[in-house]
Write a protein that binds this ligand. Structure first.
Ligand code: ZN
Ligand code: ZN
Length: 308
């Protein structure tokens, strides 16, 4: 079992409140798009997306024979979608975060709200002491602090899941491991219980420099939006370069785009009922304001396409 398996991050398929400190509101449209309108966006966005070529050794699709999931296939599985009752994303920081890490989580929560066009709420951080000795270890070789994912999901998040939560997501500063036989995971989630946990431990130190902060931000928002996509029942993408592609390691993930391909974008419209133009406009502004130039360019281009 490779210790570099980014893929081991999340086992959605296996397992298929506190006071808020910050809330970001991106109100959903009153009327969801009709299926024909959603399908139209697939045609409009297709020209600006690259189909995936053959997978190369080391890449996710080289090792995992996944066929992907079209929009039509997605609709058939009766995916998890936002409802009037469950329509918020909760973010629960756990651990002693530095000022820069706290800023990173605030921005990531805001980005999640814009990406999925729903309200996101950051709960007050829980201290490191909320993880008991029985759920922590020092990695035998690397000597890094690690927390047990199952404890966080089952004992910290699930009992406090707010009624109106579509999902509750913990961010930790400690590294994570899911139990015996594993070295580490970037994250882990239980789809059925709508809880997930991701660590920012391996994304670099955001306090090192402005460039390091930007890199950490790009990685954190990509991880958070990819994994939340799984919570919306999206499978890995095998069709285009896309944020829902699987990845074996951080380098592979770094090369993948933050935007969704036309098929996965259609799934998001179906799951959230949002308006694509508003979403692209919001995302372009966020990326522009936070120095994510390439990403801003993509969202501006996508905005142009869907406005036609
Ligand atoms: Zn994934
Ligand atoms: Zn896709």
């Amino acid at each position: 079992m490779s210790d570099l398996r980014w893929t081991v991050t999340i086992f959605f398929t296996l397992l298929l409140s506190g006071n808020s400190a910050h809330a970001f509101q991106a109100p959903a449209a009153s009327q969801p798009l009709r299926p024909a309108e959603i399908r139209k966006t697939i045609r409009l966005l297709k020209p600006i997306h690259k189909p995936l070529g053959d997978a190369l050794p080391g890449q996710w699709l080289y090792q995992h024979k996944e066929s992907g999931q079209t929009f039509a296939q997605y609709v058939k599985i009766r995916p998890n979608v936002l409802t009037h009752r469950r329509n918020k994303l909760y973010v629960q920081p756990i651990g002693d975060f530095s000022e820069k890490q706290t800023e990173l989580i605030r921005l990531s929560s805001e980005f999640l709200s814009l990406y999925y066009q729903c309200e996101s709420v950051i709960l007050n951080a829980k201290p490191e002491s909320s993880i008991p000795d029985s759920a922590r270890r020092e990695h035998p070789q690397w000597k890094v602090k690690q927390w047990l994912t199952s404890y966080i999901l089952e004992e910290v998040l699930a009992p406090e899941l707010p009624e109106d939560a579509f999902a509750s997501i913990a961010f930790t500063e400690a590294d994570l491991w899911p139990g015996d036989g594993w070295n580490f995971v970037f994250g882990y989630a239980m789809l059925r219980d709508r809880v997930g946990v991701w660590s920012i431990n391996r994304f670099g130190n955001p306090a090192d420099s402005d460039e390091a902060f930007l890199k950490c931000l790009q990685r954190t928002v990509k991880l958070a939006t990819h994994e939340t996509g799984h919570m919306f029942s999206m499978k890995h993408c095998a069709l285009f370069a896309c944020n829902m592609q699987g990845s074996n390691h951080l380098e592979e993930s770094d090369r993948q785009p933050l935007g969704l391909c036309p098929q996965c974008h259609a799934k998001l419209l179906f799951a959230t009922g949002c308006r694509p133009a508003k979403r692209f406009k919001d995302l372009a502004k966020f990326c522009h304001d936070n120095g994510m130039k390439e990403e801003a360019k993509y969202f501006e281009l996508a905005l142009e396409k869907v406005q036609r």
